[in-house]
Design a protein around this ligand. Structure first.
Ligand SMILES: NC(=O)c1ccc[n+]([C@@H]2O[C@H](COP(=O)([O-])OP(=O)(O)OC[C@H]3O[C@@H](n4cnc5c(N)ncnc54)[C@H](O)[C@@H]3O)[C@@H](O)[C@H]2O)c1
Length: 432
């Protein structure tokens, strides 16, 4: 099939590459000229394991093209996926849909024969109705069908998630589009992915409800961890004991820093705002947002306690600053709150992240990126394990730091408190 992905970011690039690898002709379009020029040269704009090889392979065999010419790319294609950003609006909690509506207006003039317009961007329920209205201003409804196909991939595991999804959700009442899309996804369905055809509005809501539920799970266990810290119980035991109940499940039930990233914070805000518009109070999700907003200051209070309120001039190392492992995405990472707050209190911050230096911290004089993890550890008073990269899972802290006094605050509960105690290392973790 001939496919056009509009927006070549985390979602558009990964799904475009994967569709091309399944034998389709794909054009990935972006308005960012430098991004497209780099992709043509095999330079990948994001850190995503396995992506570079797939891009180079499919670009070389001409099943994957890159373009900045949206109109021509749409004209050449049968299925158009909208994969542009839907961030939170400035001074509001609602989703900013301007990029999506802008794309709808731009593609309208290129619809000269039947096209399926699919939103892969996460959009509030009823956005598909609005896109349809925009297109039908100048085009007959016989020439297009607007479908919702929310994307569930996780950064860091994106290729695996796209290729082996739990489910593929297609929101449309149009039988012709449903048959075509089921055919497009048939290689994944034959490998075991469940295919669900539902209404467009239901598909839009499935995405938000899923993200809000996962964010709730994380926040729930984070609050239980707060209780554990007061009663000498290890939250890891609670996660295991709860997670073994199949009705609950162990995933997303690990205590740690506030949830961040490009999806959960903005999507929880957007779904509550959409519901407010319909005069429905999603109070559970609203308290999740509130609790998560307080999370970083709770962890910072613990840092103060650990350092006996003496933060000034302390050398604090962050291991990992991204919101999760295996991505370079800094959007809404809790390190963006914690690092500036510690700098304000006079700490000297160094950080090491396998995905490289971050422009977010360039404005701080007292924040330095170190390329050598061993050197970074050797020179710190407090090591904060902020992100769960594999690189941090088997560090021999004791042999690195030798006799000097140092403390570890493991925000991801990677290490065993018992083992650390045996090794005489001052070690703190979350929910213990
Ligand atoms: N990142 C994730 O893990 C993830 C997972 C599932 C769903 N989503 C959703 O997918 C959508 C995209 O997210 P993302 O993380 O890929 O965003 P992104 O910011 O990485 O990429 C969006 C891209 O769209 C491009 N763009 C914007 N307007 C354009 C236009 N008019 N023409 C061409 N290109 C244009 C931008 O230049 C950018 O490269 C969002 O709605 C998000 O909520 C994201």
């Amino acid at each position: 099939m001939k496919i056009c992905m509009i927006g070549t970011g985390y979602v558009g690039l990964v799904s475009g590459v994967c569709f091309s690898d399944l034998g389709n002709k794909v054009i990935c379009v972006d308005k960012n000229v430098a991004k497209i020029a780099n992709l043509k040269k095999g330079i990948i704009p994001i850190y995503e394991p396995g992506l570079e090889e797939l891009v180079i392979k499919n670009h070389k065999n001409k099943s994957l093209e890159f373009s900045t010419n949206l109109k021509e790319s749409v004209r050449k294609s049968d299925i158009i996926f909208i994969c542009v950003g839907t961030p939170t609006k400035k001074n509001s909690s609602a989703a900013d849909l301007s990029q999506v509506y802008n794309v709808a207006k731009l593609i309208r003039s290129s619809i000269l024969r039947f096209k399926i317009i699919v939103t892969k961007s996460t959009v509030p329920v009823t956005t598909g109705d609005d896109i349809e209205k925009i297109l039908s201003k100048t085009k007959s409804k016989k020439l297009f069908s607007v479908v919702s196909n929310p994307e569930f991939l996780r950064e860091g595991e994106a290729i695996r998630d796209f290729t082996f999804p739990d489910r593929i959700v297609i929101g449309t009442n149009d039988n012709k589009s449903n048959v075509i899309l089921k055919n497009l996804y048939s290689p994944l369905i034959s490998k075991g992915a469940k295919y669900i055809n539902t209404s467009r509005r239901a598909a839009e809501l499935i995405k938000y409800a899923s993200n809000a539920f996962l964010a709730t799970k994380i926040t729930f266990i984070n609050e239980i961890a707060n209780l554990c810290e007061k009663i000498n119980v290890n939250v890891e035991d609670i996660s295991i004991g709860m997670g073994l109940d199949e009705r609950i499940g162990g995933r997303f039930l690990r205590a740690g820093p506030a949830f961040g990233g490009s999806c959960f914070p903005k999507d929880t805000k957007a779904i509550t705002t959409t519901a407010d518009k319909f005069k429905i109070d999603l109070s559970v999700i609203k308290s999740v947002i509130k609790s998560n907003n307080n999370r970083s200051s709770l962890l910072l209070n613990r840092v103060s306690k650990i350092l006996k309120n003496k933060i000034k001039n302390k050398n604090i190392l962050f291991l990992g600053v991204t919101f999760k492992a295996n991505t370079d995405d800094m959007r809404d990472s809790s390190s963006l709150i914690m690092i500036p707050s510690l700098v304000k209190k006079g700490a000297n911050i160094t950080y090491y992240d396998p995905s490289g230096e971050k422009k977010n911290f360039k404005r701080f004089k007292n924040v330095k990126f170190l390329k050598d993890i061993n050197f970074a550890i050797k020179n710190s008073d407090l090591v904060i394990i902020h992100t769960e990269w594999n690189d941090f899972k088997s560090i021999n802290f004791k042999s690195l730091i030798k006799k000097r006094k140092f403390i570890i605050y493991d925000m991801r509960n990677i290490y065993s408190p018992q083992k650390m105690k045996k090794d005489n290392v001052k070690y703190y973790s979350v929910g213990v």
